[in-house]
Design a protein around this ligand. Structure first.
Ligand code: G3D
Ligand code: MG
Length: 188
């Protein structure tokens, strides 16, 4: 367990070091379909560093706070009627992190549809997009390039985007994605 903790703390430390403006809180949205791997990524980021996790009642939105950071996490897909509520969490987002289960080809179209709807949100306009092609350890996973193709990422012209393959359960690739994210946060 202790090696895991060390690595985890390392990730937050990287974020702290890389953010362009130490005085400004960094706001990240961590989204994707259920089962994509968001909670696993969140855990590897945060470990015991997290000061506050607030589940928002009825909406399953988790707000996680750590020194200088705020992460909002929820499962997208389904429950159309609660969607307007999400917009409250879009404000001032620095990076949108979108997690895809690369081994779940059946839901690739669904996750792509959800992503394109997010990208049309006015409040998320121009916000850099990091896509994690997660679960690369699974034999039937498709590559990050195939995920990018399936999601139509190459058609995105209104923001910076990046696809990063990762294995969240092993912590592989997570850091590389965050490094990209930090470099691409816009100074406001
Ligand atoms: P979510 O928060 O997006 O819904 P979770 O997703 O983080 O809860 O992960 C869903 C399941 O996928 C979990 O399995 C988790 O262990 C698994 N998972 C996450 N990342 C990876 C990965 O990189 N590789 C593999 N093989 N599995 C992964 P359980 O069985 O706990 O539901
Ligand atoms: Mg979860």
């Amino acid at each position: 367990m202790s090696t895991r903790t060390t690595r985890c703390n390392g990730l937050l430390a990287i974020l702290r070091k890389l953010r362009s403006n130490p005085d400004k809180e960094l706001r990240l949205l961590l989204l994707g379909l259920d089962n994509a791997g968001k909670t696993t990524i969140l855990k590897s980021l945060a470990s015991e560093d997290i000061t506050q996790v607030t589940p928002t009642q009825g909406f399953n939105i988790k707000s996680v706070q750590s020194e200088g950071f705020k992460l909002n996490v929820w499962d997208i897909g389904g429950a159309r009627k609660i969607r307007p509520y999400w917009r409250n969490y879009f404000e001032n987002t620095d990076v949108l992190i979108y997690v895809v289960d690369s081994a779940d080809i059946k839901r690739l179209e669904e996750t792509g549809q959800e992503l394109s709807e997010l990208l049309m949100e006015e409040k998320l306009r121009g916000v850099p997009l990091l896509v994690y092609a997660n679960k690369q350890d699974l034999g039937h996973a498709v590559t990050a390039a195939e995920i990018a193709e399936g999601l139509g990422l190459h058609n995105i012209k209104d923001r910076d985007w990046q696809i990063q393959s990762c294995i969240a359960i092993e912590g592989k690739g997570v850091k590389e994605g965050l490094e990209w994210a930090c470099k691409n946060i816009k100074r406001k």
